[in-house]
Design a protein around this ligand. Structure first.
Ligand code: ADP
Ligand code: ZN
Ligand code: ZN
Length: 728
């Protein structure tokens, strides 16, 4: 009798034994099995002759899904990921596989339907949703966010989706159409001439040559290249060499960088190769068909966001992680993995090089270079543009009105008069406009969270960015009755208003997560900027990355100092990364660029390194600080987060976990439980417990022993373990 060991996405640790019966189950096969009263899809991770389970209780595999078994490398990655991040293997498969492969009725869904919002009905549709209909709201948001939502996705978002969707369809608000499993327009194999590669610069040739030498073995590379230095050209050149050997390249990029422009740039260079992009916004059928092309080895180039790291690539030859420092590579819910770290694992286990590219590498990666574990290739100048000039406006000396200094206003006005574009960039991380009573100091807070509400002046609403609570702006202070309430802080909307007042003739565009909520909105804005219909852009992080606006010559940075006050030890690193990114927007084409930073601390080392365009100076300084303070990358961290409706439940759980932890090795530091930075969200109290070790291996061993001891507490208590957290 053959027994299959099957990993399932169920809340019990697997694997589970099943009789294979007549089906030809192999290691890596996806199988449908009965589990309790349900049927679920699982992955066969082992075969055996006998089972410890009593024969009478042993059940049989129902059938095998009609796809090739997952290759050994994918199984190994899942096992590693599960162990390292303390998840169940079945859960990792579930996170990494296309949703379609998680349904027992997979083959019956061969022809899927998808639903699309009809653009000019969006407002009617949204207005029709009653305020209590949370599920409908979720469904609407999902449709708004993704290009299309298919029947299976819709049901995952909202159980009652089929009924609501057919209602919406009848009212003419959504369109139902067959999900399209053929490659979309940008991805179809094209017969046109390839775009020609530029002649590589000396530095680029050197980098390509050095990395090429290491093809066929595991070597991690840092490609440290200032923005616009041609890192992408280096990737393309390497991809070409890898594809010539009939090998696949996996390219991971941050969500925001995976634009149709990037995909077509890659496709344009290699018209005869199959290039696919994988990201979370794809409709299910589409994602599955692309995944299959990767899995079969047909796709030569797989461009994707963090999730793509789980894609099975039988002929993998190279892994590239662009903007490797980007925090979006860390998944912060569910399976809390770091895609960059897993990419290094994949390269290692496949015996291929991995190229981590960035202008501002993470301290983790950079310290690996310094310690000789990673090799390094540098691109230090821009072949197509000059480095921007960085200047500071000392706001202790200069009056600032509505967030803008006189110097900034003058520069903006000159820039607009020259017919060029400028970007007013607002560093809004951890900072947003609030409603304040100047008489008594009252600020509008969320009733369910220990957080301030954010003022959205255009819609005249106060919104909580943690729990989604919304209310209308009150006109009198609830504490003292004062009727003179003001917004405080340089929100994008306020700066936009101020700029409109100052420059009534200028064409101003605000780009932030509010203004780009609708599908296609960002693309439309991008088009307007490119065709020079815009003079002044006002925006947040969204605008900082990966967009090339040739007419943009001035960047004004507001609110940067907020990061300097932050209690997060990574705030300085993030600020530097963002400032370098946003500075990279200035003067990318023929025109020289200028960056103006408003600050009270123009002598701060972060700003000095920025002005000197000197990452190494910045990083060396920061690493010294981290080493003496005992912060990552010199220690490894894990954080246990817990939340509960009753404060005491949360504290009891964390205190108990800390007590359990103290009995282990002395390589491990167990801190005291502390309140989370936002103590209360949506009525739940939140706390955390930090665990730390100078040895990654010790921490991993400790976790394997400690994690199984965690648990208990009332049903309303939720907890999660976050290994290598990026936010504390
Ligand atoms: P990065 O990825 O480092 O930001 P890109 O590869 O996008 O940089 O290159 C920035 C700009 O420089 C692009 O417009 C690109 O076409 C141009 N470029 C890159 N390499 C060269 C080169 N060797 N010769 C001329 N132009 C180049
Ligand atoms: Zn008041
Ligand atoms: Zn709230």
């Amino acid at each position: 009798m053959t027994i299959a060991r099957v990993e399932l996405d169920v809340p019990i640790v697997g694997p589970f034994d099943y009789e294979t019966g007549p089906v030809d189950a192999r290691i890596g096969s996806l199988v449908v099995v009965p589990f309790g009263r349900r049927r679920v899809v699982g992955v066969v991770t082992g075969l055996a002759d006998s089972s410890a389970v009593d024969k009478s209780r042993l059940r049989a595999i129902e059938r095998i899904l009609p796809i090739d078994p997952l290759p050994p490398a994918t199984l190994a990655l899942a096992a590693f990921c599960a162990d390292y991040y303390r998840h169940r293997v079945g859960q990792v498969f579930s996170a990494g596989l296309p949703t379609m492969l998680r349904k027992p009725d997979f083959s019956k869904r061969a022809r899927l339907w998808e639903y699309v919002l009809i653009a000019n009905c969006v407002v009617d549709l949204e207005a029709s949703i009653p305020s209590w209909a949370k599920g409908q709201k979720r469904l609407f948001r999902a449709m708004e966010k993704h290009a299309a939502v298919d029947a299976v996705q819709a049901r995952l978002v909202y159980r009652n989706a089929p009924k609501i969707l057919s209602e919406w369809e009848q009212r003419g608000w959504v369109e139902k159409r067959a999900a399209n499993p053929v490659p979309s327009a940008t991805e179809q194999l094209q017969t046109r001439q390839p775009t020609v590669a530029p002649d590589l610069t000396e530095e680029q040739r050197h980098a390509v040559g050095a990395i090429e030498q290491t093809l066929g073995q595991f070597v991690p590379w840092l490609l440290l290249g200032v923005t616009g230095s041609g890192k992408t050209e280096v990737y393309l050149s390497l991809i070409e060499r890898v594809a010539a050997k009939d090998r696949q390249t996996l390219v991971l990029v941050p969500e925001i960088n995976l634009t149709p422009q990037l995909v077509s740039r890659v496709q344009g260079r290699f018209p005869s190769l199959d290039v696919i992009s994988l990201h979370s916004g794809l409709a299910e059928g589409e994602r599955f068909s692309r995944w299959k092309r990767a899995r079969s080895g047909q796709a030569a180039i797989v461009l994707g966001t963090r999730l793509a790291v789980f894609t099975p690539l039988p002929k993998i030859g190279l892994v590239i992680v662009d903007e490797e420092h980007d925090p979006s590579f860390k998944q912060n819910e569910g399976l809390r993995y770091h895609a960059r770290d897993l990419a290094v694992y994949v390269a290692n286990s496949s015996g291929v090089p991995v190229v981590l590219g960035s202008a501002t590498p993470s301290m983790e990666t950079y310290s690996n270079v310094i310690e000789g574990r990673y090799r390094r290739a540098d691109l230090s100048f821009r072949p197509a543009a000059k480095a921007p000039l960085v200047q500071f406006v000392d706001t202790r000396d200069e009056r600032v009105e509505q967030g803008l200094s006189q110097t900034a206003l003058t520069e903006i006005s000159q820039c607009v008069r020259r017919g060029e574009q400028c970007l007013v960039y607002i560093n809004r991380r951890g900072f947003a406009p609030v409603l304040l009573c100047h008489a008594c100091g009252w600020m509008a807070g969320c009733p369910r969270c220990s957080a301030r509400l954010t003022l959205h002046s255009r819609s005249n609403k106060l919104k909580c960015h943690y729990c989604g609570h919304e209310e209308r702006v009150t006109h009198a202070c609830p504490d003292c009755g004062n009727q003179d309430l003001h917004g405080l802080g340089e929100g994008t909307q306020r700066v936009e208003q101020e700029l409109s007042a100052r420059f009534p003739d200028a064409r101003i565009l605000r780009v932030d997560s509010d203004s780009t909520r609708q599908r296609g909105a960002f693309e439309a804005m991008r088009e307007r900027i490119h065709s020079e219909q815009i003079d002044i852009l006002v925006g947040t992080q969204m605008l900082a990355k990966g967009h090339d606006f040739p007419k943009l010559t001035l960047v004004v940075v507001l609110g940067a100092d907020h990061a300097l006050y932050s209690s997060d030890f990574r705030a300085g690193e993030r600020l530097f990364q963002q400032l370098v990114q946003v500075s990279g927007r200035a003067g990318r084409a023929k025109l020289a660029g200028k960056v103006l930073v408003q600050t009270e601390f123009p002598q701060h080392p972060i700003y000095l390194s920025l002005a000197a365009n000197n990452f190494s100076a910045f990083a060396d300084n920061l690493l010294n600080e981290r080493r003496s303070a005992g912060f990552p990358p010199y220690v490894y961290q894990a954080v246990l987060r817990a939340e509960a409706h009753r404060e005491s439940d949360m504290w009891a759980f964390l205190r108990n976990a800390a007590r359990e932890a103290c009995g282990f090795t002395n390589d491990i530091t167990v801190f005291d439980p502390v309140p989370a930075p936002v103590y209360r969200i949506a009525g739940r109290f939140r706390g955390q417990l930090l665990i730390q070790s100078a040895s990654r291996l010790s921490l991993r061993r400790f976790m394997a022993q400690w994690h199984p001891l965690l648990g208990g507490g009332p049903a309303t208590l939720r907890w999660v373990l976050d290994i290598d957290p990026v936010d504390l």
